[in-house]
Every structure is written in C-alpha cells, then in structure tokens.
Write a protein that binds this ligand. Structure first.
Ligand code: AHR
Length: 515
C-alpha cells in the first residue's frame, strides 16, 4: 500500500475524554453474574462469593464505571426482590432471557462488587413494568443517608453508608418490541420525565440518561430521540445510544468498516439533541451515553443460543467466542468513541463476563481473556486525556454493511472507508501521546508517517500490535494466549515525526514520550 500520512497538532483538539467513557455493563443474563462475577464455593471466591480471578482480570481490563442490572432484564425487575435476607428473596421468572432469577445477587451485592473492583456503579431503573414511584424509591434506598423508611431499610440490611450512586439510566431500550412494556416515544418521554423529576428531588447530585433508540436502524430512530428529548430536555444530562457490530454476511471488509457507522450515528444524535436545544433557545448541551456497544451476532438471531427451555438458572446463553477479526472491528469502535470525546462522555462495553464479554469463565474452573479484551484494555488505560483531531490521508475501500436488526434487513453502504482508522490521545499528566491505529487492509501492510506539530520532541515509549494470520483465531480455556499483544518492531520516532509499518488486519498502539 502507498504511504499513509497523518497530521496532528497539539492545539487541534476534539475534546477531553471523560473517565466514564471507559465503562462496561453487567446484566442478570446467562452466566454474567452467576458463575461469572459471583460464584460462592468457587476455589477463588471470597467470603461474599465474588470470584477474585475475575476481579484480577477486571483490574487489568480497567473499566471505570459499570451499568447494572440491565439491559432487557431491568424492564421487568423488582429491585426490592434483590435486597434483604438472601433466604427470603423470591425466585422469579425473568421474561427477558426466559430464565429463573434467584435474586441471590442484588443491588447491595453489586455495590460491594464495584467497591472491591474499584469501579463506579451506574444503576438503571425499571421504566417498563414499573415507573416513577419505584424509581424514586430505589434512589431513596441507595442514596438517602438515614431517617426514612427506605434509607433505614438499607441500614437494616447492613449497608450503613449511602451508596451515593451518581449516574442513573431511565430504563432500557424502551423503543424495542422485545422489551417488557415497550413504549411509544411519547409514553416513554412522559414516564421518563416524571421519574427524572422525582429521582432528582431526592438526590439533586445525580445525573440522568434518557433512552435513545436501541439502534440506528430502528424504524423510529430520529423521531424517537426528538420526541423523548422534547419531554425530558430540562431534566436529563444524557441520551443513550446502543450498537452491536456484526459479520452475519461473512464480509470481513464490511465488518471492519462498520464502526464508521457509529461515527455517523453519534453525529446524527448530536444533531437531533442540538436541534431540540435550538428550538428552546437553550445553551444546554445534552451529552451522549453510548451505554451498550460491542460485537454481537453469532448468539443473537438464533433463539436456541439466546434462550434455553425450562426456565434454567444462569444458562449458557450469549456466550459469544470472539475472533481476531472481532477484535479488529471492536478496536474500530474504540477509535470512534475516542474521536467523539467532545460529546460521548459515557460508554459501556456490553458486557463484562461470559455474556458477550471480554472475560470468559468456566463455572468451577478458570477465567481467561477473549480477543476483544486487549483493545479495550488499551483504550481504557491509554485513552485518558485530550483527543487530537487527526488529518488522515489514506486510501479507501468501498463496503456494504448488512445489519438485520430492524424489521427489515438493511444494507448500509460505506463508499469510502479509509484503510487507516486512527485516534491520538495526549495525556498531560504522563506527558505521553498514544496513537491507536487500525489497519483495515486485509492483505497489505501499511507504511505510516505521522507528523506531530506543537510538541518539543518525541521519543518512542512502547509499541504493541495485535494480529494473527488467521482472522478466525480465538482464545479458549485450552489456548488462552493464542491472541495477545506483541511488540511492534521498527517504529521510529524523533523530532516531530513517527514512522511505522503496520501489518495487514492489525490493531496497533504506539506510545510516545513527549519532551
Ligand atoms: O446486552 C444484551 C442486550 O442487548 C441487552 O439486554 C439489551 O439492552 C440489548 O438489546
């Protein structure tokens, strides 16, 4: 391939990454909680039943905030079922995943798990089968210090101090027919605004996210955001976005291009939110919470892999095994999020353990890293700081991405996807500049030249690559390290230039020390 040129300037900044951009999501779904995070009796479980081998991997992955308890599950969840003496907690049918929910793990266990892992908790309230009254009760139970029935109930349950949960989601994917008590935009908007008001009257320090569309290809996308924000604009700080990339079509080039649609999706939601602001002559800017994103398709459309018969507890569902190719598409999504750091302030990788997750476990056995673990760990650990606007001169390719989620199968043409997808983040504390570079050419290596203006000098810190000659290669219990980062050789950095040659179909991280 011809040389690809990138120009960066210290003063040309997109925005500062919010630490909550690097979040994740756990749902009562399959073995995410039970047999993943929580497995009393496992040889590595602590006295609370939390698997410490999983916690160790979570530390390495470095998510900053964790959304809970759903997802589709939250739309039928009674939070009261999951608090108080464990032996008195009810078993319930979960209609989201056709499972039996034992409620052994609930809100207080989740908070404890987050504290142990050093992660900020984020809670979603049920605006499907329930509404504003339940939502405000949960805020009072969690965040009110003491002296009321619900705050004293928490204390009686042995959580004396308030949980002080700052970020709250007003329901989940309420536009989707698969949701318990799906709503029209107007119905949801009314329920969301009344919930938001009451929740904030209880704790004025909280931040709130309204549900956006569950995908860009939903038939109501656009009008949904507009109507929901017409109702909620004064009462929320965020609107949510969800995207799951797929390779149903077996078209790797289109799959690797597909994260560019996340860029378009973000731009469109920003435009709608700002149009709502303009109609009100308001300077307020609604920020974006990309609170579900990942690759997910092998265990999605086929009901057998999504739902098991006879209402099992913690079934093996949505246990997507991620390939090298998935890690590349996933890395593209990380770059899209970084390059919108001005408006996407919150992000949640969906999910964390076992169910469409970077961490896999065997119940009773070991835990290991899936391929997507690595781009996420790089994104979170090296993505903190000021994202610079990159000017990229790269050859392009045409792709036609197939996304069947909506009521009809849809193709999204991508006529000119650049082979190089890149983000550059300047961390002023560490005095480092990190380049995240994805070569989307499947067969050709890419000579890369990056010019960096405005810094006094550059020196190479560390350079890593993730690649495998077999794009379908995976990590398994037996071969947990088949895919892992290796040093990227031959990078030259000096004065204001960086030169590297990046392999075909590779994810690369180049870290530069600044002087
Ligand atoms: O993450 C799996 C599911 O995907 C979530 O429950 C739902 O919100 C989305 O459709």
């Amino acid at each position: 391939m011809r040389q690809v040129d990138v120009q960066l300037n210290r003063d040309n900044e997109i925005g500062q990454t919010d630490r909550r951009l690097f979040g994740a999501f756990v749902e009562h779904l399959g073995r995410c909680v039970y047999g993943g995070m929580f497995e009393p009796g496992h040889p590595r479980a602590d006295k609370s039943g939390f698997r410490l081998d999983v916690i160790e991997l979570v530390h390495e992955l470095a998510p900053t905030i964790l959304r809970y308890p759903g997802g589709n599950f939250v739309s039928g969840y009674n939070w009261e079922d999951g608090v108080g003496p464990v032996e008195q907690r009810p078993r319930r049918l979960d209609l989201a995943w056709m499972s039996t929910e034992t409620n052994r793990f609930g809100t207080n266990e989740f908070i404890d798990w987050c504290r142990l892992a050093g992660i900020e908790p984020m809670l979603a309230v049920n605006l499907g089968t329930r509404g504003a009254d339940e939502a405000r009760s949960l805020v009072e139970y969690c965040n009110h210090p003491a002296g009321t029935a619900l705050s004293d109930l928490r204390r009686k349950h042995r959580w004396d101090k308030p949980h002080d949960v700052k970020f709250w989601c007003l329901g989940n994917e309420m536009d989707g027919p698969w949701q318990m008590e799906m709503k029209t935009a107007a119905e949801y908007g009314r329920r969301a605004v009344e919930s938001a008001k009451m929740m904030r009257w209880i704790d004025p320090t909280i931040e709130l996210a309204a549900c956006g569309s569950s995908g860009r290809n939903m038939p109501t996308f656009g009008t949904w955001e507009d109507t929901v924000l017409e109702h909620t604009f004064e009462h929320v700080e965020f609107i949510s976005l969800h995207t799951y990339l797929n390779n149903y079509a077996g078209d790797t080039a289109a799959f690797l291009a597909s994260s560019d649609l996340m860029d378009n999706f973000i731009d469109e939601v920003v435009a709608i939110a700002d149009a709502v602001a303009a109609r009100r002559h308001s300077k307020k800017r609604i920020m974006l919470s990309f609170d579900e994103w990942n690759v997910w398709y092998r265990t999605r459309r086929d009901r057998q892999s999504r739902v098991k018969p006879n209402w099992p507890v913690a079934p093996h569902i949505l246990e997507e095994i991620y390939t090298m190719e998935d890690a590349l598409a996933f890395g593209g999504a990380c770059i899209s999020l970084l390059n919108h750091a001005d408006r996407v302030k919150v992000g949640c990788l969906a999910q964390l353990v076992n169910a469409i997750a970077p961490i896999m476990t065997e119940t009773g056995g070991p835990a290991w890293r899936q391929t997507i673990f690595y781009p996420f760990a790089h994104f979170s650990r090296f993505g903190r700081g000021r994202v610079l606007r990159a000017q990229i001169d790269s050859p392009t390719f045409a792709a036609n991405y197939f996304d069947p989620r909506g009521p009809q199968d849809l193709y999204f043409p991508l006529p000119a996807a650049p082979y190089l997808k890149l983000a550059a983040v300047h961390n002023e504390q560490d005095n480092m500049l990190t380049l995240f570079a994805l070569n989307r050419h499947l067969t050709e290596e890419m000579p890369l030249r990056v010019s960096v203006a405005g810094f006094r000098g550059l020196a190479l810190g560390e350079a890593l690559q993730l690649r495998d000659g077999d794009l379908k290669a995976v990590n398994t219990k037996g071969t947990p390290d088949r895919i892992k980062p290796a040093p990227l050789a031959g990078v030259q950095a000096g004065d204001s230039k960086v030169q590297a040659t990046v392999a075909p179909a590779s994810w690369n991280v180049i870290r530069l020390k600044l002087s």
